[in-house]
Design a protein around this ligand. Sequence first.
Ligand SMILES: Nc1ncnc2c1ncn2[C@@H]1O[C@H](COP(=O)(O)OP(=O)(O)OP(=O)(O)O)[C@@H](O)[C@H]1O
Length: 301
Amino acid sequence: MSAVLKLAAVSKRFQKVVALDDVSLAVAPGERVALLGHNGAGKTTLFRLVLGFIRPDAGAVTIDGHAPGANAARIAVSYLPENVAFPKTLTGREIARFYARLKGAPKADADRALERVGLADAMNRRVGGYSKGMRQRLGLAQALVGRPRLMLLDEPTSGLDPISRRDFYELLDEVATAGTAVLLSSHSLSELEARTDRVAILRSGRLVADAPLAQLQADAALPIRIRVRARPDHVEEVSARLGGDRINGQSVELLCPLPQKMDRLAAISALGPLVTDFDVAQPSLDDIYRHFSATGTGGAS
Ligand SMILES: Nc1ncnc2c1ncn2[C@@H]1O[C@H](COP(=O)(O)OP(=O)(O)OP(=O)(O)O)[C@@H](O)[C@H]1O
C-alpha cells in the first residue's frame, strides 16, 4: 500500500546544528509508528517539516503526494502539539467546531470527537476550567476532527492518568483500523510496547532504527534477564553455582543470551529446593531504545 507520509533523504540544519540528517521514513495508511529520540534528536523538527512550518534543506516530504502546507496536505494532516493551549474563554465545543470548520468537516464531527474522548459532559464548559488531562483530551478531539489521513501526535499521553492512557491507545487502534496513518513521539517508552506497529529512533538527527519492535529486539540481540530467588540463607550457594549478580539478600540475577535460555533454566531447575522462584524478563523497549540510541547501529532502511 502506498505510504501517506514519505520523507525521502530529508536534511535540515539550523546554523551549525544538524537537526535532521538524510532521514527517509514512510508511514502507510493504518500504520502506527512511534518516533523516539533523546531531547534534541530532531523529532519536533521532523513534525514541523511535515506540517509545512519549515522547509528541508535537502530531500523531500510528501503527504499523499502533496507538499507540506499545500491545502490538500493541511486537510489531510492533524496535529496534537506537546503543549496544547486553547483560548480559556471558549468552550470545548466551540474549539472543536472551530477546527472542524478549518478542516471543512461538519459540526457533528466535532461533537462526535468530543464524545469519543470522554468530554461529552464537559463540552459546553469553558476550557479555562478544564483540568490538564481534559485539555489534553480536547487536543486529541481536535486531532480526530475531519477524519485525517495522517495524525501527528507529539507526546500525546503526557498529562493523562493510566486509565486515560489506556483509553488513548484504544482510540489509536480504532483510528488506525479506520485507515489513518499515525506518527507519535513519546518519552514514555515502556507504554508503547505492543501499541505501535513500528518504532523509528532518531539519534542526533539520524534515523538509527526503523522496524517493528520484534525486529529491533532480534537485531539488538540483547540478553534476557533471569532473576532467581534463593531459599533463605542460600543465596551465596545459588550465586556460586549459577554465576550472575546478587541483587539483594535473596536473589541472583543472570544475563543470558537467548539461545542459552533453556540450558540456564535446566541449571536452575537442577538446584532443586535451593531455589524458591524465578522470573524471566525479555528486553524491554527501554532496553532496546537505550541500545540503539547509544550505539546508533542497525535497523534503518
Ligand atoms: N528554530 C531553531 N533554531 C535553532 N536551532 C534549532 C531550532 N529548532 C531546533 N533546533 C535544534 O535542532 C535540534 C533538534 O531539535 P528538535 O526540537 O527537533 O528536537 P526534539 O527531538 O524534538 O527534542 P525534545 O525531545 O527536547 O523536544 C536541537 O539541537 C535544537 O536545538
